[in-house]
Design a binder for this molecule. Sequence first.
Ligand code: ADP
Ligand code: MG
Length: 716
Amino acid sequence: MTNLRLNAVEKALARTTKSVDVPSNKISDYFGDDCFDLKKLKAAVTPAVFEQVQASIEKGAKIDPETADAVAAAVKEWAVAKGVTHCTHWFQPLTGSSAEKHDAFFDSRKGVEIFKGSTLIQQEPDASSFPNGGIRSTNLARGYTGWDPSSPFFIVESTLCIPTIFVSFTGDTLDYKMPLLKAQEAVSKVAVEVCKYFDEEVTAVSASLGCEQEYFLVDKAFYAARPDLYITGRTLFGAAPAKGQQLDDHYFGSIAPRVYAFMKDFEIACLKLGIPVQTRHNEVAPGQFEVAPLFEEINVAVDHNLLMMDVMQKVADKHDLKVLLHEKPFKGLNGSGKHNNWSLITDNGRNLFDPEGSLYFLTFLVNTVKAVHKYGDIIRGSIASAGNDHRLGANEAPPAIMSVFLGSTLTEFLDKVEATGELVYEDGEDKFMQLGIEKIPSLKLDNTDRNRTSPFAFTGNKFELRAVGSTQNSGTPMAILNLVVAEQLTQFKAEVDALIAGGKDKEEAIREVLITYIKESKAIRFEGDGYSQEWVEEAERRGLSNVKDTPRALKFLVTEQAMEVFAKHGVFSHKEIEARYEVWTEIYKTKLDIEARTMESIALTKIIPAASRYMGKLVETAAVAKSIGIESRGLVKTIEEVAYQIDVLKEGVASMATDLDRIEEMGDVVEQAIAFADTVKGVHFEKVRGAVDALEALVDDQEWPLPTYSEMLFLK
Ligand code: ADP
Ligand code: MG
C-alpha cells in the first residue's frame, strides 16, 4: 500500500538544487525590464501627454481620451515587442488576492494588435462573484476597474498588467486600493498644512512603505500530502517536533542551497518587475524566511508586495517548494507577519520622522502617538483576520493590545515634558543635546536595541507596524494608519490655529498643544515586554483594549467614532465600511468553517483508519503472544491508549459537527463568527487536535499518513 507521506519523504530527499539563470551580475542591467514606469513613458510619448499623466498622479487631473490613447499605444508597443499578447486590469477585490481577466490585444476583425485608451482607462469585469457586502445586488452586479496611473504597468508571462481600482456601478469602493489612495490624499493634504508651520516650501507629502515579508518554505511533496496545508494554508494537526526553534540556530543562519537558489530566482523575477527587493535572511523558526524591498511610495509598495507574494509562489514551484504565507502554519513555532515600515516624506525631501529640527519632528511624532492612542482600536480592527488571531496575543508576535514603543531617548524626553509641563528646547542645531539627549548616537542605539514585542515601534526615522498579518493586503492597515494620522493632524492644526488667532506666538502655540497631547497620550506608550502577563494587566489598568479574536476586533471598525472619522475624510462611507465589516466577518467565519470540515475529514479518513490499522496489528500481536503464554502489559497499555484517543477523536469530531450544524442555523453572521471563535476554535479545535497529536506520538511511524513537523521543517 502506498503511503503519501513516505513517498513524499523519498521525493524530498531526492531533490537537487536547480540552477538559476542570472541575467547579469549587475542588477542595473535588468532592473525594471518587465515594468513600464514613468521613466519609460516619458521617453515614449510627447511632453504634453507625459505632463497630463503626471498631473493626474499628482493632482488627480482628468486624463483626456487622446492622452489615454497615446499612453495605451506606447505601452502596447513596448509590451508587444516583449512578446506580450494579452492585457488585464489587475485589481484587488476583497477576496484578499489580486484578480485579473485577460483580454487579447489581437483584434481578429482588423487583423492587428489593438489597445485603445478607453480599454486602458476603464473595464467592466463580470465581477458579480467578488465579495461586496451587499453593496451590489447580483442583478446590479456591475463593477468597474479604473486605471491607477501612479502604479507602473508590468508583465507577467505574456500578459500586460494594468494596476486598477475597483468600484461599483454606484461608485462605492470594492477593493483595497481605493481606500488607500483616499487616505493617502487625506494625510498628504493636512500634513502639507502642518509642514507649512515650519517650512513654507512644502507643497506635497507622501507616505512611504517598506514591507518586511515573512514566509515559510516546505517541500512540494509534503505540501501535497497534507490536505490541511493545501486547503487551509496551515497545519491543523502535528505533534511538536523534538527540535523546534529552541536552539535559535536558524535565525540569520546560513541559507540551505535549494532555498538559496529559490531566493535568487525569485529576487531576479522581482527586480525585473521593478520591485526593489533588498534583504533576505533566515527567520527565527526553522523553515522560515524574510524578504524586504527598499521602501517606496505607499500605493506602489502595496501593489509590489501583493505582486511579490504571487511571484514567490510561482517561482517556488520551479524549485519544488511551496511558500506558506499563512500567519501561523505551524503550532508552537513563530508565526509570520508583515512589518509595515511607514513614514511621511515631503516633496522637498524631508522625512518627517527624521529626528532633526526638534519641533518639526516632534510635531509629527507626537501627533502619530496621539493618533494611535485615540484610534488604536481602529488600527487593531484593521489587522484582524482568522490567520492573524493565531499571532496577536499568542506570546510570540505583537500582543493584541495596541501600544507605541519609542525607545529610551524619546521616552525620557516625553516623560520629562509630561512631568514638568514644559517643552523646552533652544533654537540651533543641537536642541536634543541641550536637553541631555544625544541626538544621533542614542537614537542609533535605540535603532539596534529593538523592542520586538511592540506592535507599533519607532525605529529611528520611521514607524513600524508589526502587527499586520503575513497574508494580508497592507492596503487596509495602511489606509487606516494614514487616516487616523490625518484626522489627528487636522485636530492639531485647528487647535494651534485657534491659539494663534487668540494672539499666541506660533511656536508657543504648537508647543502648548504638543504638551497637552504628550500628557493625554501617555497611556499608549510602552517600553517593556509586550509578551508578558504584567503588560496584559498593566494595559487593562491603562484602559487599553485587548481583543484577541477577529469578530470582536472587527467591531472596532463600525463604532460611531470610527465611522465618523472614515466618512469625514472620505475613506469609507458608512455603507462602504459596513459592507466591509460584513465581508470580513463572513470571510472569518467561512475560513473557520473550512478548517473545521478539513479537520473532520482528515480525522475520519486518514487518522482513525491509520490508528485502527495499527491497533489491529497490536491486538493481533497481543493475541499471538498470549497464545504462547506471553502477556505484555506494555502492549495492552498501548492498545488501550490508542483506543482511548480514537474515542476522544471520534467524539470530538462528532460534537464539533453538532455545533457546526447549530451555528449554521443562526441567522446572523456576526453571531456565527463569534460562535466559531469561542466554540469551534476555542473548544473543538483544541480537543480534536489534541487527540490526533497524541496518536501521532503513539502510532507506528510507517502507518502515519501526514508528513510530520520535523520532516516538513528540516528536509529541504
Ligand atoms: P529592520 O527593521 O529589519 O532593521 P530596515 O531598517 O533595513 O530593517 O528597514 C526595513 C524596511 O523599512 C525596509 O523595507 C526599508 O526600506 C524600510 N524603510 C527604511 N526607511 C524607511 C522610511 N523612511 N519609510 C518607510 N520605510 C522605510
Ligand atoms: Mg524591521
